[in-house]
Design a protein around this ligand. Structure first.
Ligand SMILES: Nc1ncnc2c1ncn2[C@@H]1O[C@H](COP(=O)(O)OP(=O)(O)OP(=O)(O)O)[C@@H](O)[C@H]1O
Length: 311
């Protein structure tokens, strides 16, 4: 379990992480999202004791990272896949890490196999592709078999097979009861991997919710409608038949192939209206926004919100 409590970081008087509080719970993949410069990496560095908070604290199993006696057994991290000694072999790098952290040598070959690098174990890291470096970084994070994992952009540089591999790996690690925190800008991937989302903007917490709840809350379902006679449908929906007095904003816009897209009205109501006007529908389908659309809408809202609270 990772607990972030009132975490704050200022650089030269500028707050880049601002009173942030959230938990990364065991058994769950938590996605950590935010626009560029939102403060994600700074937060992860503070959790790992690489940066000192200006205020607040980050706890791993109840203790700050710097107080952990065997840190690699408590938390594994992938921060920057480039920060590797190129002259070492993959196995050499992991053996050095295991030895300096009091971890059994047998773990080295176990994690190399787990990340699919067994065949490249004896090769020097400088010849590794970015994807191979990412896998080696994941191997290092897993070396101490830790109950918590932090991964900053782990799919960076991975091909589609690698992306699928990491998704399955992270979901399996969470299913084993580990707490997994994952940052990524790839929204489609995030929506497939993360059960829970923590979203920050300019260092502040914007959302802490189950992924499905986040999309339901910030996405806007659209109802796609098609009729046997598109002209009749256009006359009905384009003629403003849908909005009722006092109703929430209802929009009806033409889409391709004579279809219309309606927001703000229930599908039952659209079907009933069409039936009442003798318009025969042959398609009526609800489309929920993707995580990306929900995220864009949410962070756009947050810009307005910040404009209100910050002069
Ligand atoms: N050592 C530092 N000194 C001064 N400012 C810093 C330092 N490290 C980060 N910052 C600033 O803090 C802010 C947050 O940066 P951070 O890298 O944490 O964001 P991020 O959410 O990880 O962004 P990205 O998605 O681009 O990786 C940025 O404005 C950055 O310029």
């Amino acid at each position: 379990m990772i607990e972030i409590q009132g975490l704050t970081k200022e650089y030269d008087g500028v707050r880049v992480v601002d009173d942030l509080s959230f938990e990364v719970r065991p058994g769950v993949v938590t996605g950590f999202l935010g626009p560029n410069g939102a403060g994600k990496s700074t937060t992860l560095r503070m959790v790992l004791g690489l940066d000192r908070p200006t205020a607040g604290r980050a706890l791993i199993d109840g203790r700050p990272y710097r107080e952990l006696t065997e840190p690699l057994r408590r938390v594994g991290a992938l921060l920057d896949a480039h920060a590797l000694h190129g002259g070492r072999t993959a196995r050499g790098h992991l053996r050095w890490l295991a030895a300096s952290n009091g971890l059994p040598d047998r773990r080295v070959d176990e994690v190399l196999a787990q990340v699919g690098l067994a065949d490249a174990a004896g090769r020097r890291i400088r010849g590794f592709s970015l994807g191979m470096r990412q896998r080696l970084g994941v191997a290092a994070a897993l070396l101490g078999d830790p109950p918590a994992l932090l991964l900053d952009e782990p799919v960076n540089g991975l091909d589609p097979e690698g992306i699928r591999w990491i998704r399955t790996l992270l979901r399996d690690l969470a299913a084993e009861g580990r707490a997994v925190l994952l940052s990524s800008h790839l929204m489609a991937e995030m929506s497939l991997t993360a059960d829970h989302l923590v979203v920050i903007g300019r260092g502040r917490l914007l959302a802490d919710a189950a992924t499905t709840d986040f999309i339901d809350r910030h996405g806007r379902p659209r109802i796609r409608v098609r009729a046997v006679d598109p002209t009749k449908l256009a006359a009905l929906l384009g003629g403003g038949a849908l909005p009722e007095p006092g109703a929430d904003a209802v929009t009806a816009e033409p889409a391709e192939d004579g279809a219309w897209e309606v927001t703000g009205a229930a599908p039952e109501r659209i079907a009933a209206l069409a039936a009442a006007h003798g318009v025969v529908l042959y398609e009526i389908a609800v489309h929920q926004d993707s995580l990306e659309e929900a995220f864009m809408r949410m962070t756009a809202d947050s810009v307005d919100y910040r404009a209100e609270v910050r002069p």
